[in-house]
Design a protein around this ligand. Structure first.
Ligand SMILES: NC(=O)c1ccc[n+]([C@@H]2O[C@H](COP(=O)([O-])OP(=O)(O)OC[C@H]3O[C@@H](n4cnc5c(N)ncnc54)[C@H](O)[C@@H]3O)[C@@H](O)[C@H]2O)c1
Length: 363
């Protein structure tokens, strides 16, 4: 698609002003690449709350009201509940706006195709933002791997522990749509938050050719089951194997400014290893990246390891991209479908007893 970069600040609207707006907004504050022109949310309370960030900016209860207002909008930051992603994005693209969407893109491949078709039909861009690719310790991990200092990569491990205590408040209304997702077999750990982990695997080591998974469940309150313990293993086309374990620690207190998610990434090479010790929460309070080679451990003490900064940098990347059109979108809609296929292959494998599934075979 021929995209013509803007030679002026991009006129943008926020669609959805809930919990994650608090982090996404960081890309927009004091950014000369953008002019925020509207805020949209059906909740009057949210509109009133967020108006304080953008005095004088118009607010609307729905995207259709914004579209009918005649205000010029180039792009939108879509921060909608997941069950609304597909219809919401098709609608937003239909108004002629470029869309920066939150993950997970959607629940299945036909929905993803609808979104891609809508982008193509309207000549607009669909980006599925992936803030983890902008988290400095992970970027430095990728750089370390690619520098060759670990030697040839022989495997890697990701770990995620969801704890039940600590962190920021999540509105009860968010849990309502999360429960609906769970009932549709799209769990909060493997599919929602896990989307990020699968995305980092594809980003680090490229396309995946085979996935094996064992998706478990733990009832936390009557009728509500969280999708852990879960283990996923896979092999990339280039032969590297990865493993990711997802564990629930309901009573564990985790210090976090955001969600209570304790995460690690560890890449092993023939000569050494590199490990990112944390991301969303502050579980292991050592340097966020450590690199071991030839009997020596190097610790990185000055990386920007505030998870919120990854949202700031991902959003800035998008807004700059709209100015220049250069470089990867991280992710384009098509690239995000590869992450979706990875997740769907994990479900298909688990349902079939853990057999190997090629993500390309998913329909
Ligand atoms: N990147 C990350 O790490 C990360 C973290 C958390 C959430 N998210 C994603 O962000 C999105 C939003 O999550 P959240 O936690 O902010 O949810 P939330 O429930 O806190 O907020 C959603 C907001 O959307 C509003 N809304 C509902 N219908 C709407 C409509 N038709 N038009 C406009 N607004 C509407 C709701 O009133 C609410 O204010 C989801 O896709 C979620 O997966 C991403």
């Amino acid at each position: 698609m021929a995209f013509v970069p803007y030679d002026r600040p991009v006129r943008t609207a926020f669609i959805g002003l809930g919990r994650i707006y608090d982090l996404n907004v960081r890309a927009y504050l004091n950014n000369p690449d953008v002019e925020v022109v509207a805020l949209v949310d059906p909740s009057e309370e949210r509109r009133a709350q967020r108006r304080a960030d953008w005095p004088g900016v118009a607010t609307f209860a729905s995207a259709s009201e914004l579209a009918a207002s005649g205000l010029d909008v180039d792009a939108v930051e879509a921060l909608l509940p997941i069950p609304l992603h597909t219809d919401g994005v098709v609608e937003l693209l239909g108004y002629g706006w470029h869309v920066n969407l939150q993950k997970p893109m959607c629940n299945d491949l036909p929905s993803a195709q609808r979104m891609l078709d809508a982008a193509r039909a309207n000549g607009n861009l669909l980006r599925v933002m992936e803030n983890y690719l902008f988290y400095e310790p992970l970027r430095k991990l990728k750089q370390t791997v690619e520098s060759g200092e670990l030697g040839e990569v022989t495997g890697y491990h990701m770990k995620m522990v969801a704890s039940g205590r600590g962190g920021w408040d999540v509105p009860a209304s968010s849990y309502e749509w999360q429960f609906r997702q769970m009932q549709r077999g799209r769990g909060i750990l493997l599919f929602d938050d896990g989307w990020h982990k699968l995305a980092t695997a594809v980003w680090l080591f490229g396309p995946v050719k085979e996935v094996r998974a064992w998706v478990g469940g733990t009832e936390v309150v009557p009728g509500v089951e969280i999708d852990a313990p879960t283990t996923v293993v896979w092999e990339h086309h280039r032969g590297i194997r990865g493993v990711w374990d997802v564990t629930l620690a309901v009573d564990m207190y985790l210090r976090s400014d955001y969600y209570t998610n304790d995460e690690r990434w560890e890449v092993t090479g023939r000569k050494g290893f590199a490990r990112v010790n944390r991301c969303t929460g502050r579980g292991i309070q050592q340097p966020s990246l450590e690199v071991y080679v030839d009997g020596e451990m190097r610790s990185f003490h000055a990386l920007d390891d505030d998870w919120a900064s990854s949202f700031r940098d991902s959003g800035r990347h998008w807004l700059r991209w709209l100015h220049t059109g250069d470089g990867p979108l991280w992710w384009s809609g098509e690239e995000a479908v590869d992450v979706l296929r990875f997740a769907l292959a994990a479900y298909a494998s688990s349902a079939a007893g853990g057999v190997g599934v090629d993500p390309a075979s998913m329909e």
